[in-house]
Design a protein around this ligand. Structure first.
Ligand code: FE2
Length: 409
């Protein structure tokens, strides 16, 4: 997407029927009130769902026009809006619209639109309309059924690492279809501007290049003022309305887990405002039911992402409860689920754990936020193979490349 085209395109967009009902509403003085302060990020939130998130300078209503038909003219693209309890989301600066029915084996084009709103109980004034420029997301799944993506973790707001890691020649040559963020990528979760600088800006840059993201929540995504507004930036997963999910994507069955905080709910840092214990217990029950379901047993190659490795043995007395909780609630489902590979993070030191009694799958743990410890892991899956290769910033391989034979139900 051309950055210049991201600015308001009032003249072209004003004739679109997306807000036809608004044509009868009063017009506010022409100002670019809905100008974008956060370009769109595209986030995979299901096997056929893509969430588009952006932010405007002033309260506005948001729409996404999108299509997977290469021949459909722009003015006939269907629209998607966010509707909550019968009301179209509007009069707010944060916009998050989920596209459903996406076929990730086909390219997708979308464009966000916003129109400034001033709302009172009996009337809504619509201001200037802005369109974000057309973004093209290539097919994630290749014609031969293959899927390749990159995994980053524990960036802790060191955004400079993102382009560097993705520019490693072997990674760039693989053309990863998307980037999975396996937790703690923003460090803590500061206010909207801080989060934009720490993470959403670089992710928007990737989206503009046609590379969406996949989000797994880390323990640091429980911290900071935006932690309670995380849904403004990262959509929960379709189907669970939470930050855990399971869905098929090409040759893979993905299991994405929220590994929670690493501290007890009563820790002084949380001032009595954390209830992670119940959340992870519920997630564990969900995961247990999932891996016993017919859909999972007939799954493809099974890949799990979980920020905190259940094997973590953090010696800090206040940080070891999280892994203990995961061993209690999530590890049983991981063991029973015949997963082929667990991708974890959190330790800030890349490591490989081969299968062991009670843990019948290998674990790859990504590196840390410093240039000396940072890693990117390239996942390459075909209908018959699954390979995981981890790269340090200098292009070397700090861990063995895993070539895995999928397990059968
Ligand atoms: Fe962590």
């Amino acid at each position: 997407m051309n950055r210049r085209t991201f600015l308001a395109t009032l003249g072209a967009a004003a004739t679109l029927p997306a807000f036809s009902a608004e044509a009868t509403a009063k017009k506010a003085p022409a100002q670019n009130q809905a100008a974008f302060v956060q370009p769109p990020t595209a986030q995979i939130v299901g096997g056929d769902a893509l969430a588009i998130c952006w932010r405007t300078a002033t309260p506005s209503a948001g729409t996404v026009r999108w299509t997977q038909d290469p021949d459909l003219p722009r003015d006939r693209w269907p629209r998607a809006r966010r509707v909550v309890d019968g009301l179209v989301a509007s009069n707010r600066p944060d916009h998050l619209v989920t596209l459903r029915g996406v076929d990730f084996a086909k390219p997708l084009r979308f464009e966000v639109e916003s129109v400034a709103t001033t709302m009172d109980p009996w009337w809504t004034r619509f201001g200037e309309r802005s369109a974000g420029g057309i973004v093209t997301v290539p097919a994630l799944i290749r014609p031969d059924g293959a899927l390749t993506f990159a995994v980053l973790n524990d960036l802790h707001a060191n955004t400079a690492l993102i382009p560097k890691l993705l520019a490693i020649p072997a990674v760039a040559a693989a053309k990863p279809a998307f980037v999975a963020l396996n937790g703690d990528c923003a460090g803590n979760v500061p206010g909207p501007e801080g989060l934009r600088k720490a993470l959403l800006g670089p992710m928007a840059d990737l989206t503009a290049q046609g590379i969406p993201l996949l989000f797994a929540r880390g323990n640091h995504e429980y911290r900071g003022v935006m932690a309670r507004r995380l849904r403004e930036a990262f959509a929960p997963y379709a189907g669970t309305d939470a930050y855990h999910a399971a869905f098929d994507l090409g040759p893979l069955s993905l299991l994405i887990l929220d590994s929670g905080e690493d501290k007890v709910d009563s820790h002084r840092e949380y001032c009595g405002l954390l209830e992670c214990e119940a959340l992870i217990a519920q997630e564990g029950a969900w995961a247990q039911a999932l891996v016993r379901s017919p859909a999972w047993r007939t799954g493809k190659k099974r890949l799990a992402l979980c920020h905190i490795p259940p094997t973590n043995g953090d010696p800090r007395s206040d940080a070891k409860h999280g892994p203990t909780r995961l061993r209690q609630h999530l590890a049983p489902a991981l063991a029973e689920g015949k997963i082929d590979l667990l991708l974890a993070a959190h330790d800030h030191r890349a490591s490989h754990l081969p299968p062991a009694p009670g843990r019948p799958y290998p674990t790859l743990i990504g590196g840390g936020p410093k240039e000396s410890s940072a890693t990117v892991t390239l996942i390459a899956a075909t209908p018959t193979t699954l390979t995981a290769t981890t790269y340090a910033l200098d292009g070397s391989n700090p861990l063995p490349t895993l070539s895995l034979t999928p397990k059968t139900a």
